[in-house]
Design a binder for this molecule. Sequence first.
Ligand code: BGC
Length: 426
Amino acid sequence: MQKKQHKSNLNFPKNFLWGVATSAHQIEGNSDNNDWSLKALKKHSQNIKWAKNAQEKIPDAKQACQSWEKYKEDVELAKNLNCNLYRFSVEWSKIEPECGKFDQKAIEHYRDQIKQAKKANMQIMLTLHHFTNPIWFSQKKGWEKRSSLKYYLRFVKKIINEYENQVDYWITLNEPFGWTSCAYFMGIWPPFKKNYLLGYHVFNNLALAHKRAYKLIHKYYRNKGLQKPKVGFVNDLQSYSNYRKHSLLEQLKVYFIYNFSNHSFIKKSGKKYHDFFGVNYYYEMRVNKKTGMKMEQTFNAKDENRQLTDMEWLIYPRGIFDVLYDLNDYGKPFIIAENGIATKKDELRIRFIEEHLEEIYYAIKAGIDVRGYCYWSLLDNYEWAEGYRPKFGLVKVDLKTGKRTPKDSYKFYAKIIQDNGLYWNY
Ligand code: BGC
């Protein structure tokens, strides 16, 4: 049969936000004062049962992508992608290196970053907490204590005071569930504790921290007579499914894990304390008979012998539609705050972006209010415990010189943004 050539445009709504996302510790360098710094990792070693020394498992970020110096270049790269949204985080340990002492230089640094991005016609989505904690905060037992809230809120207050209406979208916390799981349920991230009860307590503190930060930011804007702010958090949404549709046991496992991971933070922090939902979506987790309720046992994608990402994650574009559809019952707008793939094969990244955007397009068609999309990540960056091996970036970075080289996927994404949608050439 002769193949008919046609172009059908999957047009995204007018004013759709197209962006890229980054986080401070993963790209900046000079982060030697938080719980992921070399200094802290050495100290952590005693907590880790599975490694004599934390550095054996957790590579040091070193100078990362040198974005502390090269932030203007990064803004330029986002601008040349045609982005109208830029998501990045402020590094708490740089802004407040000692408890209660703020570093004006660091504050000015981020002020300029915001200014540059605004000048390039991008809206700002600012993450206040992206996995790292200042060492002084960890020494006070961090989020394990209720007192963590007063330190976090003091920091939030300082930031809104400084940048107030320059920020378009405030993100209180990045992936509270994912972070708690790695840090306290699985114990593979600082502070490397494997304690479910303590983790649950930490999770509750994070939910309360979100709610209070939400109220604080809204109150600040109200008192100053500013237009209402947009405050949310970023939820790590996973699609879960069971292999055996006939098995009640597997279905129950999916039910519990799914609700705990995707819904519990919203419920705990209170549905009304969210102006929008930030969504990170990467993969699907499969549950089978052998899968216990322990987090790490849900990762069994390797058994399927499919094409996985370099993180060994199962690629499942349809899952982004499913989680959006499910969470739509809360009636909030969504912004995809992260979606991306670790791969050395850039053509796979292109396919990944295309297929996930297609699902988002159909979610919008189904009446779901998705307002924006950020690809994770602009640069090949420091991928936490995995170091520099996984390549998520649209731009390659030479870690020695800091030289940035856009990949084909960068050009591909730039074209999508320019067209405000996808053109199919078949
Ligand atoms: C995090 C990022 C991380 C990405 C890829 C998200 O969970 O917010 O910091 O690099 O996933 O693993």
